[in-house]
Design a protein around this ligand. Sequence first.
Ligand code: NAD
Length: 515
Amino acid sequence: MTETKAPVETTTITVRNPADGTVVGEVPIDAAETVAARSRELRLYQPEWEAMGAAGRKPWLMKFQDWVLDNAEHIGDVLQSETGKPRAEASMEPPLTADLLNYWARNAETFLADRHPKPHSPLMKTKRLTTVYRPYPIVGLIIPWNFPFLNAALDGIPALAAGAALLLKPSEVTPLSAVEFARGWTEIGAPPVLGLVNGYAQTGAAVIANSDYVHFTGSTATGRKVAVACAERLIPYSLELGGKDPAVVLADADLERAANGIVWGGMFNSGQACISVERVYVEAPVYDEFVAKLTDKVSRLRQGHDDDRYQFDVGAMATAAQRDIVRRHVDEAVAAGARVTTGGQPTGVGTFFQPTVLADVDQSMSCMTEETFGPTLPVVNVADENEAIRLANQSTYGLSATVWTRDNARGERVARQLEAGAVNINDAMANGFSFALPMPGWKHSGVGSRNGGADGMLKYCRPQAITAPRVPTQSREMLWYPYSRRKFRVALSIVRAAASHGLRRFGIARRGGRK
Ligand code: NAD
Protein backbone atom coordinates (compact mmCIF):
# COMPACT_ATOMS: atom_id res chain seq x y z
CA MET A 1 0.00 0.00 0.00
CA THR A 2 1.33 3.42 -0.92
CA GLU A 3 1.02 5.94 1.88
CA THR A 4 -0.47 8.92 0.11
CA LYS A 5 -2.41 10.98 2.62
CA ALA A 6 -4.43 14.01 1.60
CA PRO A 7 -2.42 17.11 2.54
CA VAL A 8 -4.46 19.10 5.06
CA GLU A 9 -6.91 21.56 3.47
CA THR A 10 -5.93 21.03 -0.15
CA THR A 11 -8.56 21.04 -2.82
CA THR A 12 -6.34 19.84 -5.63
CA ILE A 13 -3.89 17.03 -6.36
CA THR A 14 -0.61 18.06 -7.94
CA VAL A 15 0.71 15.28 -10.17
CA ARG A 16 4.44 14.81 -10.61
CA ASN A 17 6.57 12.72 -12.95
CA PRO A 18 8.34 10.30 -10.59
CA ALA A 19 11.25 10.05 -13.03
CA ASP A 20 12.33 13.65 -12.39
CA GLY A 21 9.87 15.25 -9.96
CA THR A 22 8.48 17.79 -12.47
CA VAL A 23 4.86 18.85 -12.12
CA VAL A 24 2.83 17.41 -14.99
CA GLY A 25 -0.73 18.25 -14.01
CA GLU A 26 -3.32 19.03 -11.40
CA VAL A 27 -6.85 17.75 -10.70
CA PRO A 28 -9.50 18.94 -8.24
CA ILE A 29 -10.32 16.74 -5.25
CA ASP A 30 -13.95 15.66 -5.20
CA ALA A 31 -15.56 15.89 -1.77
CA ALA A 32 -18.12 13.34 -0.60
CA GLU A 33 -21.06 15.60 -1.62
CA THR A 34 -19.67 15.91 -5.15
CA VAL A 35 -19.33 12.13 -5.41
CA ALA A 36 -22.94 11.72 -4.24
CA ALA A 37 -24.13 14.28 -6.80
CA ARG A 38 -22.17 12.54 -9.60
CA SER A 39 -23.76 9.23 -8.61
CA ARG A 40 -27.28 10.77 -8.64
CA GLU A 41 -26.59 12.12 -12.13
CA LEU A 42 -25.45 8.69 -13.35
CA ARG A 43 -28.64 7.16 -11.93
CA LEU A 44 -30.68 9.44 -14.20
CA TYR A 45 -29.04 8.13 -17.38
CA GLN A 46 -28.37 4.50 -16.47
CA PRO A 47 -31.91 3.12 -17.11
CA GLU A 48 -31.78 4.31 -20.73
CA TRP A 49 -28.30 2.80 -21.13
CA GLU A 50 -29.57 -0.51 -19.76
CA ALA A 51 -32.68 -0.40 -21.93
CA MET A 52 -30.56 -0.07 -25.10
CA GLY A 53 -29.49 -3.67 -24.62
CA ALA A 54 -26.09 -5.07 -25.48
CA ALA A 55 -26.66 -4.55 -29.21
CA GLY A 56 -27.51 -0.87 -28.69
CA ARG A 57 -24.47 -0.27 -26.50
CA LYS A 58 -22.06 -2.01 -28.85
CA PRO A 59 -21.67 0.90 -31.34
CA TRP A 60 -20.67 3.23 -28.48
CA LEU A 61 -18.03 0.79 -27.25
CA MET A 62 -16.68 0.35 -30.78
CA LYS A 63 -16.61 4.14 -31.24
CA PHE A 64 -14.69 4.42 -27.98
CA GLN A 65 -12.28 1.79 -29.28
CA ASP A 66 -11.63 3.96 -32.37
CA TRP A 67 -11.07 6.98 -30.13
CA VAL A 68 -8.55 5.08 -27.98
CA LEU A 69 -6.62 3.94 -31.07
CA ASP A 70 -6.72 7.40 -32.66
CA ASN A 71 -5.41 8.96 -29.45
CA ALA A 72 -2.95 6.20 -28.50
CA GLU A 73 0.16 8.42 -28.79
CA HIS A 74 -1.32 11.15 -26.63
CA ILE A 75 -2.59 8.70 -24.01
CA GLY A 76 0.92 7.17 -23.96
CA ASP A 77 2.41 10.66 -23.34
CA VAL A 78 0.06 11.34 -20.44
CA LEU A 79 0.48 8.03 -18.69
CA GLN A 80 4.22 8.05 -19.20
CA SER A 81 4.42 11.53 -17.66
CA GLU A 82 2.62 10.51 -14.45
CA THR A 83 4.16 7.05 -13.99
CA GLY A 84 7.77 7.41 -15.20
CA LYS A 85 7.35 4.26 -17.33
CA PRO A 86 9.57 3.67 -20.34
CA ARG A 87 7.82 4.36 -23.65
CA ALA A 88 7.45 0.70 -24.57
CA GLU A 89 5.44 0.02 -21.42
CA ALA A 90 3.37 3.20 -21.63
CA SER A 91 2.45 2.48 -25.23
CA MET A 92 1.01 -0.97 -24.35
CA GLU A 93 -2.01 0.32 -22.48
CA PRO A 94 -4.06 1.91 -25.33
CA PRO A 95 -3.91 -1.15 -27.67
CA LEU A 96 -4.70 -3.48 -24.77
CA THR A 97 -7.66 -1.25 -23.90
CA ALA A 98 -8.83 -1.41 -27.52
CA ASP A 99 -8.55 -5.20 -27.38
CA LEU A 100 -10.71 -5.25 -24.22
CA LEU A 101 -13.31 -3.01 -25.83
CA ASN A 102 -13.42 -5.29 -28.82
CA TYR A 103 -13.80 -8.42 -26.68
CA TRP A 104 -16.57 -7.17 -24.40
CA ALA A 105 -18.48 -5.25 -27.09
CA ARG A 106 -18.56 -8.20 -29.48
CA ASN A 107 -19.48 -10.79 -26.86
CA ALA A 108 -21.86 -8.84 -24.62
CA GLU A 109 -25.02 -9.93 -26.41
CA THR A 110 -24.12 -13.61 -26.01
CA PHE A 111 -22.85 -13.23 -22.45
CA LEU A 112 -25.96 -11.34 -21.30
CA ALA A 113 -28.51 -13.46 -23.14
CA ASP A 114 -31.47 -14.73 -21.12
CA ARG A 115 -31.16 -18.34 -20.03
CA HIS A 116 -33.98 -20.87 -19.89
CA PRO A 117 -32.99 -23.59 -17.44
CA LYS A 118 -34.77 -26.93 -17.72
CA PRO A 119 -37.29 -27.46 -14.92
CA HIS A 120 -35.81 -29.72 -12.28
CA SER A 121 -39.03 -31.70 -11.86
CA PRO A 122 -42.03 -32.71 -14.01
CA LEU A 123 -44.20 -30.65 -11.68
CA MET A 124 -42.45 -27.49 -12.88
CA LYS A 125 -42.89 -28.31 -16.55
CA THR A 126 -45.97 -26.14 -16.55
CA LYS A 127 -43.69 -23.09 -16.24
CA ARG A 128 -41.35 -21.35 -18.62
CA LEU A 129 -38.28 -20.51 -16.53
CA THR A 130 -36.11 -17.55 -17.45
CA THR A 131 -33.01 -16.04 -15.87
CA VAL A 132 -32.48 -12.43 -16.87
CA TYR A 133 -29.25 -10.53 -16.14
CA ARG A 134 -29.88 -6.94 -15.09
CA PRO A 135 -26.90 -4.70 -14.24
CA TYR A 136 -26.28 -3.09 -10.90
CA PRO A 137 -27.20 0.53 -11.71
CA ILE A 138 -23.95 2.07 -10.40
CA VAL A 139 -20.67 0.17 -10.39
CA GLY A 140 -18.00 1.94 -8.33
CA LEU A 141 -14.50 1.29 -9.63
CA ILE A 142 -11.50 2.15 -7.45
CA ILE A 143 -8.12 1.60 -9.09
CA PRO A 144 -4.38 1.83 -8.29
CA TRP A 145 -1.53 3.65 -10.05
CA ASN A 146 0.36 0.84 -11.77
CA PHE A 147 -1.66 0.74 -15.04
CA PRO A 148 -3.66 3.94 -14.77
CA PHE A 149 -5.43 3.76 -18.16
CA LEU A 150 -5.65 -0.02 -18.56
CA ASN A 151 -7.03 -0.64 -15.06
CA ALA A 152 -9.98 1.66 -15.80
CA ALA A 153 -10.69 -0.38 -18.93
CA LEU A 154 -10.00 -3.82 -17.48
CA ASP A 155 -12.81 -3.68 -14.95
CA GLY A 156 -14.79 -0.70 -16.25
CA ILE A 157 -15.55 -1.83 -19.80
CA PRO A 158 -17.36 -5.07 -18.86
CA ALA A 159 -19.46 -3.06 -16.39
CA LEU A 160 -20.43 -0.50 -19.05
CA ALA A 161 -21.04 -3.25 -21.59
CA ALA A 162 -23.34 -4.96 -19.06
CA GLY A 163 -25.45 -1.80 -18.93
CA ALA A 164 -24.23 -0.35 -15.63
CA ALA A 165 -23.11 3.24 -15.14
CA LEU A 166 -19.52 3.58 -13.99
CA LEU A 167 -18.31 5.74 -11.10
CA LEU A 168 -14.54 5.72 -11.54
CA LYS A 169 -11.97 6.78 -8.95
CA PRO A 170 -8.35 6.55 -10.05
CA SER A 171 -5.36 6.62 -7.74
CA GLU A 172 -4.37 10.02 -6.39
CA VAL A 173 -0.86 9.23 -7.72
CA THR A 174 -1.95 8.90 -11.37
CA PRO A 175 -5.28 10.65 -12.02
CA LEU A 176 -4.39 12.13 -15.44
CA SER A 177 -4.77 8.95 -17.50
CA ALA A 178 -8.27 8.44 -16.10
CA VAL A 179 -9.09 12.04 -17.04
CA GLU A 180 -8.18 11.04 -20.62
CA PHE A 181 -10.34 7.89 -20.33
CA ALA A 182 -13.37 9.96 -19.28
CA ARG A 183 -12.59 12.67 -21.87
CA GLY A 184 -12.67 10.05 -24.63
CA TRP A 185 -16.09 8.80 -23.52
CA THR A 186 -17.45 12.35 -23.58
CA GLU A 187 -15.78 13.26 -26.88
CA ILE A 188 -17.43 10.42 -28.77
CA GLY A 189 -20.81 11.72 -27.56
CA ALA A 190 -21.70 8.56 -25.63
CA PRO A 191 -24.52 8.66 -23.07
CA PRO A 192 -23.25 10.23 -19.82
CA VAL A 193 -22.91 6.98 -17.88
CA LEU A 194 -19.24 7.34 -17.00
CA GLY A 195 -18.54 9.59 -14.02
CA LEU A 196 -15.01 10.40 -12.88
CA VAL A 197 -14.15 11.48 -9.35
CA ASN A 198 -10.71 12.24 -7.96
CA GLY A 199 -9.20 12.21 -4.53
CA TYR A 200 -7.70 10.19 -1.71
CA ALA A 201 -9.21 7.58 0.64
CA GLN A 202 -12.21 9.76 1.55
CA THR A 203 -13.22 10.04 -2.08
CA GLY A 204 -12.86 6.25 -2.38
CA ALA A 205 -15.08 5.83 0.68
CA ALA A 206 -17.68 8.12 -0.92
CA VAL A 207 -17.60 5.98 -4.07
CA ILE A 208 -18.47 2.96 -1.95
CA ALA A 209 -21.23 4.92 -0.21
CA ASN A 210 -22.83 5.83 -3.54
CA SER A 211 -22.49 2.63 -5.59
CA ASP A 212 -24.50 -0.57 -5.86
CA TYR A 213 -21.48 -2.79 -6.56
CA VAL A 214 -17.80 -2.06 -6.01
CA HIS A 215 -14.81 -3.43 -7.86
CA PHE A 216 -11.55 -2.56 -6.15
CA THR A 217 -8.02 -3.12 -7.38
CA GLY A 218 -5.23 -2.23 -4.99
CA SER A 219 -3.40 -3.37 -1.89
CA THR A 220 -4.62 -6.09 0.43
CA ALA A 221 -4.68 -3.65 3.39
CA THR A 222 -7.02 -1.22 1.60
CA GLY A 223 -9.02 -4.08 0.10
CA ARG A 224 -9.88 -5.25 3.60
CA LYS A 225 -11.25 -1.76 4.44
CA VAL A 226 -13.25 -1.74 1.20
CA ALA A 227 -14.73 -5.14 2.05
CA VAL A 228 -15.81 -3.91 5.50
CA ALA A 229 -17.38 -0.76 4.05
CA CYS A 230 -19.28 -2.78 1.43
CA ALA A 231 -20.43 -5.26 4.08
CA GLU A 232 -21.78 -2.36 6.16
CA ARG A 233 -23.89 -1.32 3.17
CA LEU A 234 -24.74 -4.92 2.21
CA ILE A 235 -23.54 -4.36 -1.33
CA PRO A 236 -21.51 -6.91 -3.32
CA TYR A 237 -17.89 -6.35 -4.25
CA SER A 238 -14.90 -7.94 -5.90
CA LEU A 239 -11.29 -7.34 -4.92
CA GLU A 240 -8.10 -7.76 -6.96
CA LEU A 241 -5.29 -7.38 -4.46
CA GLY A 242 -1.60 -7.91 -3.90
CA GLY A 243 0.57 -10.85 -4.84
CA LYS A 244 3.88 -12.56 -4.14
CA ASP A 245 4.02 -14.70 -7.23
CA PRO A 246 6.47 -17.62 -7.24
CA ALA A 247 8.37 -18.99 -10.24
CA VAL A 248 9.36 -22.66 -10.08
CA VAL A 249 12.37 -23.49 -12.29
CA LEU A 250 12.78 -27.25 -12.65
CA ALA A 251 16.09 -28.82 -13.58
CA ASP A 252 14.80 -29.94 -16.99
CA ALA A 253 13.78 -26.38 -18.00
CA ASP A 254 15.07 -24.53 -21.04
CA LEU A 255 17.11 -22.21 -18.81
CA GLU A 256 17.52 -19.56 -21.49
CA ARG A 257 13.75 -19.35 -21.94
CA ALA A 258 13.17 -19.45 -18.17
CA ALA A 259 15.66 -16.65 -17.50
CA ASN A 260 14.21 -14.47 -20.27
CA GLY A 261 10.64 -15.09 -19.08
CA ILE A 262 11.47 -14.43 -15.45
CA VAL A 263 13.30 -11.21 -16.29
CA TRP A 264 10.20 -10.03 -18.19
CA GLY A 265 7.87 -11.23 -15.44
CA GLY A 266 9.93 -9.62 -12.68
CA MET A 267 11.08 -6.38 -14.29
CA PHE A 268 8.08 -5.37 -16.43
CA ASN A 269 6.70 -2.07 -15.13
CA SER A 270 9.62 -1.98 -12.65
CA GLY A 271 8.09 -4.99 -10.94
CA GLN A 272 4.94 -3.02 -10.20
CA ALA A 273 2.45 -5.47 -11.68
CA CYS A 274 0.17 -7.50 -9.45
CA ILE A 275 1.23 -10.65 -11.32
CA SER A 276 4.96 -9.83 -11.29
CA VAL A 277 7.34 -12.67 -10.51
CA GLU A 278 8.40 -11.89 -6.92
CA ARG A 279 10.09 -15.13 -5.78
CA VAL A 280 12.13 -17.67 -7.75
CA TYR A 281 12.68 -21.30 -6.64
CA VAL A 282 15.32 -23.18 -8.63
CA GLU A 283 16.17 -26.89 -8.38
CA ALA A 284 19.68 -27.38 -7.01
CA PRO A 285 21.35 -29.00 -10.08
CA VAL A 286 20.75 -25.86 -12.20
CA TYR A 287 20.78 -23.19 -9.48
CA ASP A 288 24.23 -21.71 -10.15
CA GLU A 289 23.82 -21.75 -13.91
CA PHE A 290 20.39 -20.14 -13.64
CA VAL A 291 21.53 -17.38 -11.24
CA ALA A 292 24.42 -16.58 -13.60
CA LYS A 293 22.07 -16.32 -16.60
CA LEU A 294 19.54 -14.23 -14.70
CA THR A 295 22.24 -11.90 -13.39
CA ASP A 296 23.68 -11.42 -16.85
CA LYS A 297 20.29 -10.61 -18.40
CA VAL A 298 19.16 -8.28 -15.60
CA SER A 299 22.47 -6.39 -15.59
CA ARG A 300 22.03 -5.67 -19.31
CA LEU A 301 18.61 -3.99 -18.91
CA ARG A 302 18.63 -0.31 -19.84
CA GLN A 303 17.12 1.88 -17.14
CA GLY A 304 16.33 5.56 -17.36
CA HIS A 305 13.95 8.45 -17.91
CA ASP A 306 12.55 7.68 -21.34
CA ASP A 307 11.07 10.02 -23.92
CA ASP A 308 9.17 8.82 -26.97
CA ARG A 309 12.20 7.05 -28.48
CA TYR A 310 11.83 3.67 -26.80
CA GLN A 311 15.34 3.89 -25.32
CA PHE A 312 14.85 2.12 -22.00
CA ASP A 313 13.57 -1.19 -20.66
CA VAL A 314 13.00 -0.21 -17.03
CA GLY A 315 11.62 3.07 -15.71
CA ALA A 316 11.08 4.71 -12.35
CA MET A 317 9.04 3.47 -9.40
CA ALA A 318 5.65 5.22 -9.20
CA THR A 319 6.32 6.76 -5.78
CA ALA A 320 9.20 7.37 -3.39
CA ALA A 321 7.33 5.30 -0.76
CA GLN A 322 7.29 2.32 -3.15
CA ARG A 323 11.03 2.70 -3.85
CA ASP A 324 11.69 2.78 -0.09
CA ILE A 325 9.87 -0.55 0.38
CA VAL A 326 12.13 -2.09 -2.27
CA ARG A 327 15.23 -0.65 -0.63
CA ARG A 328 14.16 -2.02 2.78
CA HIS A 329 13.56 -5.51 1.40
CA VAL A 330 16.95 -5.57 -0.31
CA ASP A 331 18.80 -4.18 2.74
CA GLU A 332 17.10 -6.62 5.11
CA ALA A 333 17.87 -9.55 2.81
CA VAL A 334 21.55 -8.57 2.59
CA ALA A 335 21.75 -8.12 6.37
CA ALA A 336 20.34 -11.66 6.75
CA GLY A 337 22.93 -13.19 4.43
CA ALA A 338 21.59 -12.78 0.87
CA ARG A 339 23.97 -11.83 -1.94
CA VAL A 340 23.26 -9.05 -4.47
CA THR A 341 24.50 -10.33 -7.83
CA THR A 342 23.44 -7.20 -9.72
CA GLY A 343 21.78 -3.88 -8.81
CA GLY A 344 20.74 -3.37 -5.22
CA GLN A 345 20.60 0.44 -4.97
CA PRO A 346 18.34 3.43 -5.66
CA THR A 347 19.69 5.38 -8.62
CA GLY A 348 19.12 8.56 -10.64
CA VAL A 349 17.34 11.76 -9.68
CA GLY A 350 13.84 10.30 -9.60
CA THR A 351 12.44 7.25 -7.86
CA PHE A 352 14.56 4.71 -9.72
CA PHE A 353 15.74 1.46 -8.17
CA GLN A 354 18.28 -0.65 -10.02
CA PRO A 355 17.03 -3.95 -11.46
CA THR A 356 18.26 -6.38 -8.80
CA VAL A 357 18.96 -10.08 -8.38
CA LEU A 358 19.32 -11.51 -4.88
CA ALA A 359 20.91 -14.96 -4.50
CA ASP A 360 21.19 -17.24 -1.45
CA VAL A 361 17.84 -16.03 -0.20
CA ASP A 362 15.80 -17.93 2.35
CA GLN A 363 12.08 -18.10 2.87
CA SER A 364 12.03 -16.10 6.12
CA MET A 365 13.37 -12.84 4.61
CA SER A 366 10.94 -9.91 4.12
CA CYS A 367 11.69 -9.99 0.38
CA MET A 368 10.01 -13.44 0.41
CA THR A 369 7.13 -12.84 2.82
CA GLU A 370 5.91 -9.31 1.94
CA GLU A 371 4.83 -7.96 -1.43
CA THR A 372 7.81 -5.97 -2.79
CA PHE A 373 6.24 -4.52 -5.95
CA GLY A 374 9.64 -3.56 -7.32
CA PRO A 375 12.41 -4.61 -9.73
CA THR A 376 13.91 -7.39 -7.60
CA LEU A 377 14.25 -11.12 -8.17
CA PRO A 378 15.14 -13.09 -5.03
CA VAL A 379 16.30 -16.61 -5.92
CA VAL A 380 16.12 -19.64 -3.60
CA ASN A 381 18.01 -22.93 -4.06
CA VAL A 382 15.62 -25.87 -3.51
CA ALA A 383 16.38 -29.60 -3.29
CA ASP A 384 13.61 -30.75 -5.61
CA GLU A 385 10.16 -30.18 -7.09
CA ASN A 386 8.39 -31.02 -3.83
CA GLU A 387 10.33 -28.46 -1.85
CA ALA A 388 9.69 -25.85 -4.56
CA ILE A 389 5.93 -26.50 -4.39
CA ARG A 390 5.90 -26.46 -0.59
CA LEU A 391 7.76 -23.14 -0.38
CA ALA A 392 5.80 -21.59 -3.26
CA ASN A 393 2.58 -22.35 -1.38
CA GLN A 394 3.97 -20.94 1.87
CA SER A 395 2.50 -17.44 1.41
CA THR A 396 -0.56 -15.50 2.45
CA TYR A 397 -0.95 -14.50 -1.21
CA GLY A 398 -2.10 -16.63 -4.15
CA LEU A 399 -2.46 -14.52 -7.27
CA SER A 400 -0.43 -16.30 -9.97
CA ALA A 401 2.65 -18.47 -10.45
CA THR A 402 4.91 -19.75 -13.20
CA VAL A 403 6.47 -23.17 -13.82
CA TRP A 404 9.46 -23.73 -16.11
CA THR A 405 10.07 -27.22 -17.53
CA ARG A 406 10.54 -28.89 -20.92
CA ASP A 407 7.85 -31.38 -19.94
CA ASN A 408 4.41 -29.77 -20.31
CA ALA A 409 2.67 -32.68 -18.53
CA ARG A 410 4.98 -32.21 -15.56
CA GLY A 411 4.29 -28.46 -15.70
CA GLU A 412 0.54 -29.11 -15.50
CA ARG A 413 1.01 -31.57 -12.66
CA VAL A 414 2.97 -28.98 -10.68
CA ALA A 415 0.46 -26.25 -11.61
CA ARG A 416 -2.38 -28.27 -10.09
CA GLN A 417 -0.51 -28.40 -6.78
CA LEU A 418 0.14 -24.67 -6.57
CA GLU A 419 -2.17 -22.46 -4.53
CA ALA A 420 -2.62 -19.64 -7.00
CA GLY A 421 -5.47 -18.30 -9.11
CA ALA A 422 -3.43 -18.72 -12.31
CA VAL A 423 -0.35 -20.67 -13.36
CA ASN A 424 1.59 -19.98 -16.56
CA ILE A 425 3.79 -22.78 -17.88
CA ASN A 426 6.95 -21.59 -19.63
CA ASP A 427 5.63 -18.04 -19.74
CA ALA A 428 4.96 -15.15 -17.42
CA MET A 429 1.77 -13.07 -17.11
CA ALA A 430 0.14 -14.80 -20.11
CA ASN A 431 -3.08 -15.27 -18.14
CA GLY A 432 -3.40 -11.49 -17.73
CA PHE A 433 -3.76 -11.13 -21.50
CA SER A 434 -6.26 -14.00 -21.90
CA PHE A 435 -9.64 -12.34 -21.31
CA ALA A 436 -11.50 -15.62 -21.76
CA LEU A 437 -9.80 -16.97 -18.62
CA PRO A 438 -10.75 -15.91 -15.10
CA MET A 439 -8.21 -13.93 -13.09
CA PRO A 440 -9.02 -14.76 -9.49
CA GLY A 441 -6.84 -13.96 -6.52
CA TRP A 442 -6.70 -16.81 -4.01
CA LYS A 443 -6.07 -16.31 -0.29
CA HIS A 444 -5.23 -12.64 0.49
CA SER A 445 -4.88 -11.82 -3.21
CA GLY A 446 -8.56 -11.20 -3.75
CA VAL A 447 -12.21 -11.94 -3.54
CA GLY A 448 -14.05 -12.86 -6.73
CA SER A 449 -12.52 -12.60 -10.12
CA ARG A 450 -12.20 -10.54 -13.30
CA ASN A 451 -12.41 -11.56 -16.97
CA GLY A 452 -13.29 -15.20 -17.67
CA GLY A 453 -15.80 -14.84 -20.50
CA ALA A 454 -19.43 -14.40 -19.45
CA ASP A 455 -18.57 -14.56 -15.73
CA GLY A 456 -16.52 -11.35 -16.03
CA MET A 457 -19.61 -9.49 -17.19
CA LEU A 458 -22.30 -11.29 -15.23
CA LYS A 459 -20.61 -10.38 -11.96
CA TYR A 460 -21.88 -6.83 -12.61
CA CYS A 461 -25.44 -8.13 -12.99
CA ARG A 462 -28.22 -9.12 -10.67
CA PRO A 463 -29.79 -12.33 -11.89
CA GLN A 464 -33.56 -12.07 -12.01
CA ALA A 465 -35.76 -15.17 -12.11
CA ILE A 466 -38.97 -14.96 -14.13
CA THR A 467 -41.59 -17.69 -14.29
CA ALA A 468 -44.48 -17.66 -16.75
CA PRO A 469 -47.16 -20.27 -17.41
CA ARG A 470 -46.61 -22.68 -20.29
CA VAL A 471 -50.12 -24.14 -20.05
CA PRO A 472 -53.45 -22.36 -19.69
CA THR A 473 -53.95 -21.22 -16.13
CA GLN A 474 -57.12 -22.13 -14.29
CA SER A 475 -58.79 -19.00 -13.05
CA ARG A 476 -60.77 -20.81 -10.35
CA GLU A 477 -57.65 -22.16 -8.62
CA MET A 478 -55.93 -19.92 -6.10
CA LEU A 479 -52.90 -22.08 -5.38
CA TRP A 480 -50.66 -23.95 -7.78
CA TYR A 481 -49.72 -26.60 -5.23
CA PRO A 482 -52.05 -29.57 -4.48
CA TYR A 483 -54.89 -28.52 -2.24
CA SER A 484 -56.80 -31.80 -2.04
CA ARG A 485 -55.78 -35.23 -0.81
CA ARG A 486 -56.27 -36.67 -4.32
CA LYS A 487 -54.04 -34.05 -5.94
CA PHE A 488 -51.51 -34.39 -3.16
CA ARG A 489 -51.27 -38.14 -3.88
CA VAL A 490 -50.84 -37.49 -7.61
CA ALA A 491 -48.10 -34.94 -6.92
CA LEU A 492 -46.37 -37.30 -4.52
CA SER A 493 -46.35 -40.08 -7.11
CA ILE A 494 -44.84 -37.73 -9.71
CA VAL A 495 -42.08 -36.64 -7.31
CA ARG A 496 -41.48 -40.29 -6.36
CA ALA A 497 -41.27 -41.34 -10.01
CA ALA A 498 -38.86 -38.51 -10.78
CA ALA A 499 -36.70 -39.34 -7.78
CA SER A 500 -36.57 -43.04 -8.53
CA HIS A 501 -35.79 -42.29 -12.20
CA GLY A 502 -32.96 -40.02 -11.10
CA LEU A 503 -31.57 -42.58 -8.67
CA ARG A 504 -31.76 -45.34 -11.24
CA ARG A 505 -29.87 -43.20 -13.73
CA PHE A 506 -26.98 -43.19 -11.29
CA GLY A 507 -27.36 -46.91 -10.56
CA ILE A 508 -28.11 -46.34 -6.88
CA ALA A 509 -30.54 -48.67 -5.09
CA ARG A 510 -33.15 -47.02 -2.91
CA ARG A 511 -33.62 -48.07 0.68
CA GLY A 512 -36.12 -50.93 0.78
CA GLY A 513 -34.51 -52.66 -2.18
CA ARG A 514 -36.21 -50.76 -5.00
CA LYS A 515 -33.95 -49.61 -7.80
P1 NAD B 1 -3.86 1.25 -2.55
O1 NAD B 1 -4.60 0.17 -1.89
O2 NAD B 1 -3.01 2.13 -1.75
O3 NAD B 1 -4.87 2.22 -3.35
C1 NAD B 1 -5.75 1.74 -4.33
C2 NAD B 1 -6.91 2.72 -4.48
O4 NAD B 1 -7.70 2.72 -3.29
C3 NAD B 1 -6.51 4.17 -4.71
O5 NAD B 1 -7.38 4.73 -5.69
C4 NAD B 1 -6.76 4.80 -3.35
O6 NAD B 1 -7.02 6.18 -3.41
C5 NAD B 1 -7.98 4.05 -2.90
N1 NAD B 1 -8.20 4.04 -1.44
C6 NAD B 1 -7.29 4.16 -0.44
N2 NAD B 1 -7.90 4.03 0.76
C7 NAD B 1 -9.21 3.81 0.52
C8 NAD B 1 -10.35 3.60 1.36
N3 NAD B 1 -10.24 3.56 2.68
N4 NAD B 1 -11.55 3.41 0.77
C9 NAD B 1 -11.67 3.41 -0.57
N5 NAD B 1 -10.63 3.62 -1.42
C10 NAD B 1 -9.41 3.82 -0.87
O7 NAD B 1 -3.01 0.52 -3.71
P2 NAD B 1 -1.88 1.16 -4.61
O8 NAD B 1 -0.66 1.40 -3.78
O9 NAD B 1 -2.46 2.28 -5.39
O10 NAD B 1 -1.60 -0.04 -5.66
C11 NAD B 1 -0.67 -1.04 -5.46
C12 NAD B 1 -1.36 -2.32 -5.01
O11 NAD B 1 -2.34 -2.72 -5.95
C13 NAD B 1 -0.40 -3.51 -4.90
O12 NAD B 1 -0.65 -4.20 -3.71
C14 NAD B 1 -0.78 -4.38 -6.09
O13 NAD B 1 -0.48 -5.74 -5.92
C15 NAD B 1 -2.24 -4.11 -6.20
N6 NAD B 1 -2.73 -4.43 -7.54
C16 NAD B 1 -3.46 -5.57 -7.71
C17 NAD B 1 -3.92 -5.92 -8.99
C18 NAD B 1 -4.72 -7.18 -9.19
O14 NAD B 1 -5.32 -7.31 -10.24
N7 NAD B 1 -4.73 -8.12 -8.27
C19 NAD B 1 -3.62 -5.10 -10.06
C20 NAD B 1 -2.89 -3.95 -9.86
C21 NAD B 1 -2.44 -3.63 -8.58
